[in-house]
Design a protein around this ligand. Structure first.
Ligand SMILES: Nc1ncnc2c1ncn2[C@@H]1O[C@H](COP(=O)(O)OP(=O)(O)OP(=O)(O)O)[C@@H](O)[C@H]1O
Length: 356
């Protein structure tokens, strides 16, 4: 991976663009001799003002990656560059990185205003209270600046923690599951608000989460990790629509994994001929999202059988059986099929050819 974004002008000569804010090259970490690698050869870069979500199951190496970027863990291999400068072995306080961990501990003996002002050591002391009010205003809590942390709800404490992080004016903010202590409704609204705040401040962010909906809605780029490796990184819509592997496809939502025999742009599968997104010959493994399958009345008894139905309000999730294989489909809920009914199951979009 290069450390500089290089593009070409129309005449073909390379133009050197600014280094990305953060580059991580071949980052590797093993905690103890004999343990598997916690992080294995992870490389990516992050532009100014960009939001990246690192997504993956528990133990896949997300937090370790974040802690190495913050400077709390030393990598065994690879390097970390900020603005093209190597910071791999610099202590955390020399990296201008803000961190919000899951428990976002505020100082209990300080008011909200004091908590935020504490982060502003780069500003003259006399100016800090007014500036702290401005940051609290940004998160909608200026009126509560004299309150103590234990007089706030979990969601309010979360927002103060964010105001405190932003008040230090870091170039990069690392968020480790910062919304996990909030209930579902508050989590969604806080997430939207926090994204808006970061975008307004132009701050770059890396969010660690195991919640795929959170990653897809919060980030500009999503990286999926598994067993210490970064399997794929791409824009949310692209990683959802064109997953590289079966693991990525399944981690980002429901999918149908189909074995097929490809001949050019079509593969023969248990669902009949299916259009595929890459020209290919021979055996292929495909991913087809459930919302890309349509259900219609079967002319005879040869269709798929509905074995499960989950009504979800605006759509309906079906589990179907066809020639001994199971498929899932999601369709708008204005037409509902009954369990036991026979239906025609037809792919409406191209299926994605998986790498493995
Ligand atoms: N301090 C440590 N000492 C030894 N092993 C560790 C330590 N911290 C993490 N690990 C191991 O490293 C691997 C990666 O852990 P890590 O915390 O980075 O994963 P994660 O994806 O953030 O998981 P979670 O979502 O559960 O926080 C795991 O196998 C974990 O057990």
């Amino acid at each position: 991976m290069t450390n500089l974004n290089i593009s070409a002008d129309p005449k073909g000569s390379p133009i050197r663009l600014a280094a990305p804010l953060l580059s991580v090259n071949g980052l590797t970490k093993r905690y103890r001799h004999g343990d598997p690698l916690a992080v294995e050869d992870v490389s990516f870069s992050l532009g100014n003002g960009e939001i990246l979500a690192l997504l993956g199951p528990s133990g896949c190496g997300k937090t370790t990656t974040l802690r190495m970027i913050a400077g709390f863990e030393t990598p065994d291999g690879g390097e970390i560059l900020l603005h093209g400068k190597r910071v791999t072995h610099l202590p955390p306080q020399q990296r201008r990185i803000g961190i919000v961990f899951q428990d976002y501990a505020l100082f209990p003996h300080m008011s909200l205003g004091e908590n935020v002002a504490f982060a502003m050591r780069h500003i003259a002391k006399a100016k800090r209270p007014a500036k702290a009010r401005e940051w609290l205003d940004l998160v909608g809590l200026a009126d509560l600046s004299t309150r103590m942390p234990d007089e706030l709800s979990g969601g309010q404490q979360q927002r103060v923690a964010l105001a405190r992080t932003l008040a230090a004016e870091p170039e990069l903010v690392l968020l480790d599951e910062p919304f996990s202590n909030l209930d579902a409704a508050l989590r969604e609204s806080t997430r939207k608000e926090v994204r808006r705040l970061f975008k307004a401040a132009g701050t770059s962010v890396i969010l660690v989460t195991h919640d795929q909906a959170e990653a897809l809605s919060f980030a500009d780029q999503v990286g999926v990790m598994h067993s210490g490796q970064l399997l794929q990184m791409d824009r949310p819509e692209r990683i959802y629509q064109t997953p590289a592997t079966a693991f990525v496809a399944e981690f980002l939502g429901h999918t149908n994994l189909l074995e097929g025999m490809a001949d050019g742009e079509i593969a023969q599968t248990a669902l009949g001929p299916v259009a595929i997104d890459h020209r290919q010959q021979g055996p292929v493994r495909l991913s087809l999202r459930p919302e890309h399958l349509s259900l219609s009345a079967a002319p005879d008894d040869h269709g798929a059988t509905i074995v499960e139905r989950e009504f979800r309000g605006h759509d309906c999730y079906y589990l179907l059986e066809h020639h001994g294989q199971r498929f899932c489909a999601i369709t708008p809920s204005h037409i509902l099929w009954k369990i036991g009914e026979q239906v025609c199951l037809e792919p409406q979009r191209t299926a994605t050819v998986l790498r493995d």
